[in-house]
Design a binder for this molecule. Structure first.
Ligand code: KG4
Ligand code: ZN
Length: 352
């Protein structure tokens, strides 16, 4: 089966065509992503209204390109998938409404995809892994450990009680006067910094459980920057490096605990940690996760970075997984700003 996937929940306008064979293997036929970085850069963050307008302006031609690069006509498709939430509601509405219109005009099934489920299932496309598996999603909007039991079947083991990890990177970048997106800028600056110069707090680490908290750390970084002001380039690099080392340590420690919990509660599950979300691109964090998994005798699965950040492929693939199990959605399906993975309306359809 072939699906069109549409992603418009944040600041990427994306469309892709993905094919799924009956044995469950996927093939990416096209993958078009238009980032809105330039539109939002002057404001130091994503402006929801501008994002929605940019999706309106660009989505049609991005879908046309996805179809033509895949050499697929609308009539060849088996389903139309779009992110239906969670995300910035104006953008989600643009993508979901477009998908509904195409589904209605072509009489094909609509699949209203949860954006977090799309991140969660990507590793099944790239690495063909079976359920269940432990996933760490670290992006601009989310930081959570999730046990992926099946399509639509998620158990959240820990989440951030305040800022997401990518958001913390973005805020530290802003504080240090770096551009957007903040994560890559902080990582680059940190390369020339001394990670031992500042001892930042490691929030929640002395508490059990798998939750994260990054807002106190962000405040500590701000205070350190104010104390050292005016900042030389070396000061800024040392702050970036110390911040990055701190969050890497936090993520590593939590990953170790999550793998212990996996082994204890699901001894039948393969020892494996799947990472998703834009922060997976960070090499210090990736190295910390590699240490945690190696010590636990577990596999670390990180899909290629362009598939970890927001894209249409993951939406098309999640749509394909659902459609293959006989699920599709009504054209009356509403867009949702909030839609946790473990909510009752995930439509649990498969737990094998
Ligand atoms: O998954 P993503 O592309 O978008 C969503 O939030 O859904 O993640 C973007 C986030 C941003 O906060 C960005 O600063 C962060 O991922 N990020 C990074 C790096 N690359 C992207 N954070 C740290 N280091 C990086 N190299
Ligand atoms: Zn995302």
């Amino acid at each position: 089966m072939k699906l069109l996937g549409i992603e418009t929940s944040c600041d990427e306008t994306a469309a892709a065509i993905v094919a799924r064979s009956p044995d469950g293997r996927g093939t990416i036929l096209s993958n078009i992503v238009r980032s809105q970085l330039d539109e939002h850069a002057p404001y130091g963050g994503v402006v929801p209204e501008l994002a929605a307008r940019a999706h309106v302006s660009h989505l049609d031609h991005i879908i046309t390109r996805a179809l033509s690069e895949a050499n697929v006509a609308l009539s060849d498709l088996d389903g139309i998938a779009a992110t239906a939430g969670p995300g910035l509601i104006g953008g989600v509405l643009v993508g979901l409404t477009t998908a509904k219109a195409i589904a209605a005009a072509t009489n094909k099934p609509l699949i209203a995809v949860n954006h977090l489920e799309a991140h969660a299932l990507t590793a099944r496309l790239t690495d063909n892994i079976p359920f269940p598996y432990l996933m760490l999603l670290v992006s601009g909007g989310h930081s959570q450990f999730v046990l992926v039991r099946g399509v639509g079947d998620y158990e959240r083991w820990g989440t951030t009680i305040d800022d997401a990890l990518g958001e913390a990177f973005d805020k530290v970048a802003k504080l240090l006067g770096l551009g957007v997106p903040g994560g890559p800028a902080v990582e680059k600056l940190a390369q020339s910094g001394d990670a031992r110069r500042f001892a930042f707090p490691r929030p929640l680490l002395n508490q059990p459980g798998l939750d994260f908290s990054f807002s106190g750390l962000k405040t500590a970084v701000r205070l350190a920057a104010e104390h050292a002001a005016p900042l030389s380039n070396q000061d800024a690099a040392d702050i970036a490096a110390s911040f990055q080392a701190t969050v890497a340590k936090v993520v590593e420690t939590r990953a170790r605990s999550a793998l212990v919990r996996l082994r204890t509660t699901h001894p039948e599950a393969p020892a494996r940690l799947v990472v998703a979300g834009g922060v997976a691109a960070n090499r210090t964090i990736a190295a910390a996760l590699a240490r945690a998994t190696a010590d636990a005798g577990a596999d670390l699965v990180v899909p290629p970075i362009p598939l970890c950040t927001d894209n249409g492929v993951m939406v098309a693939w999640a749509g394909a997984e659902r459609l293959a199990l006989g699920a599709s959605d009504s054209l009356a399906t509403a867009a949702k700003a909030r839609w946790p993975l473990d909510s009752a309306d995930m439509g649990v359809i498969h737990a094998a």
